[in-house]
Design a protein around this ligand. Structure first.
Ligand SMILES: [Zn+2]
Length: 332
């Protein structure tokens, strides 16, 4: 933990927080926001660590040696509380926040700061959010609330306005690529890095996740199957059966990403560095491509919504009918 350093794209946010801390101006409520896959939780953890380190008041990083650091490493520090989604729940409930309120109102056990991390903060339900407001309105000395959210727009405005926003943003494409190539062993070619970043929209940790999940192989396979579909050479039902035996939500997401790839290629009017997309050039150049592409996007999103809303969707049928749509779309 002592060796934790922020990702390069978090450096600026980190330095800002550090300088506020040095001036004794670190706000009691902070909302760390930004897209998924940028390391917001790590940033919150890094800040929590240094706030609980007892070695030096104003050091930039936790020392990793003192009692505060050791307790944290063991996961037994009494002055940090984390709340998030409990098993199967999609909301953070008021009972959880009541524990936070009690925790904040007690004096710290290690005679230092107290830290609360709430993630994903957008999951606070209305009662929970209202209960939390009190803590944010009347902060106790030496207590810090770190809210982490990729969808801050879903938080109550009153919560947002009482927190200082720490907005984390994506690195530039070249920075993301350099990081990915330096840190992810499986990314050994320029083309792989480009593809992963395109799928992850330049989000480096998401690209890393995609690499770990072997997404590129699946993406190329999907592209190859769709090309066969376009040519009328795909055994549609059999392919749908194969997809149905795998991870259907992942396949749906990849379908969506693939379509976005075609849309981007169409809009940018350049061939993307992806062999599997090049063969779709004729499709992209057809009249009315954009309009039909956005209709297709809606079809995919509806299928995703159906997967999420029904407890027992007929996935075979869902995949088959989506493939029929794909064929109609590709053939224009
Ligand atoms: Zn320490």
């Amino acid at each position: 933990m002592s060796s934790w350093r922020p990702y390069p794209w978090l450096q600026q946010s980190w330095e800002h927080l550090h300088s506020l801390r040095q001036q004794g101006k670190l706000p009691h409520g902070m909302l760390i926001s930004g897209d998924r896959g940028l390391g917001k939780a790590e940033l919150a953890q890094g800040l929590a660590s240094v706030l609980l380190c007892r070695e030096q008041e104003n050091a930039e990083f936790a020392c990793g040696q003192c009692k505060g650091c050791q307790l944290q490493q063991a996961g037994t520090h009494p002055d940090i509380m984390r709340i998030g989604l409990e098993e199967k729940s999609k909301q953070i409930k008021v009972d959880q926040v009541r524990k936070v309120v009690d925790f904040i109102n007690k004096t710290s056990q290690q005679d230092g700061n107290k830290v609360v991390v709430i993630e994903p903060a957008e999951a606070l339900n209305i009662n929970a959010a209202n209960a939390l407001l009190k803590c944010l309105e009347e902060p106790t000395k030496d207590s810090f609330l770190l809210l982490v959210s990729h969808a801050p727009g879903r938080l109550l405005p009153t919560i947002r306005s009482r927190c200082q926003v720490v907005a984390v943003s994506k690195p530039k494409h070249d920075e993301a690529k350099a990081w990915l190539q330096a840190h992810v062993a499986a990314v050994d070619s320029d083309q792989d890095a480009e593809k992963l970043l395109m799928l992850a929209q330049d989000n480096p940790l998401l690209a890393q996740q995609y690499s770990d999940d072997g997404i590129l192989t699946e993406f190329d396979d999907l592209a190859a199957q769709l090309y066969k579909l376009y040519l009328g050479q795909l055994a549609l039902v059999q392919y749908a059966e194969r997809v149905n035996k795998g991870d259907v939500p992942v396949w749906l997401n990849l379908s969506q990403q693939f379509l976005w790839t075609l849309i981007r290629s169409h809009m940018l009017k350049v061939a993307l560095p992806i062999a599997s997309v090049e063969s779709f050039q004729q499709v992209i150049e057809k009249d009315g491509f954009s309009k039909r592409a956005y209709q297709m996007l809606e079809e995919i999103q509806q299928a995703i919504a159906e997967m999420n809303s029904t407890s027992n969707p007929n996935t075979q049928l869902l995949i088959e009918s989506l493939l029929v749509r794909w064929q109609a779309f590709l053939r224009g």
